[in-house]
Design a protein around this ligand. Structure first.
Ligand code: SME
Length: 161
């Protein structure tokens, strides 16, 4: 099947221009809306934030209402949070502890968002197409997350409550 990867270099420049505030709430909202619009074949795009130790809390997203909260011990998002490593799953139904928020999702990409060596949150993308995310998509989305981190004042939610 032909690659559906968008021009990530162009998306990176557009996201840089879009994130003209350093406010984390504005930028998480804008970044997931932008990705949902620009990356084909997604049914969910959003952030989960680490606001308590070892727990992901739902943040700004686009798509259907989602599962909340997600412990680090569970699911694809939990695996990304535990290992501080991107997780790419071609068929989520083969992952025993996958958390199904929307039955339409078949593949998933989760990228950690790091702040000064600590996990701040994750960006989660779901697709109805099996094996939607290629190496190129993963590298492109990691690049967009890097721009988000660079342009955003990420508050320390773990100690500021
Ligand atoms: N499927 C995820 C849960 C989040 S939703 O897809 C929005 C998981 O297994 O961690």
């Amino acid at each position: 099947m032909a690659s559906t990867a968008p021009d990530y270099a162009l998306l990176a420049r557009q996201l840089e221009a879009l994130l003209d505030s350093d406010d984390w709430l504005v930028n998480t909202a804008q970044a997931c809306a932008f990705i949902m619009q620009q990356v084909p074949e997604l049914n969910w795009a959003g952030f989960y934030l680490q606001r308590q130790p070892e727990l992901l809390t739902l943040g700004p997203f686009q798509g259907k209402p989602a599962c909340n909260p997600i412990p680090f011990s569970k699911g694809v998002c939990g695996a990304a949070a535990r290992g501080r490593q991107a997780q790419r799953v071609d068929d989520v139904h083969t992952v025993a502890d996958h958390i199904a928020c929307d039955a339409a999702s078949n593949s998933e990409l989760v990228v950690p968002v790091m702040r000064e060596g600590t996990l701040w949150g994750v960006l989660d993308l779901d697709s109805p197409r099996h094996a939607r995310f290629s190496d190129e998509d993963q590298a492109g989305i990691e690049g967009l997350v890097a721009i988000f981190v660079e342009r955003t004042n990420l508050p320390d939610h773990l100690t500021s409550q």
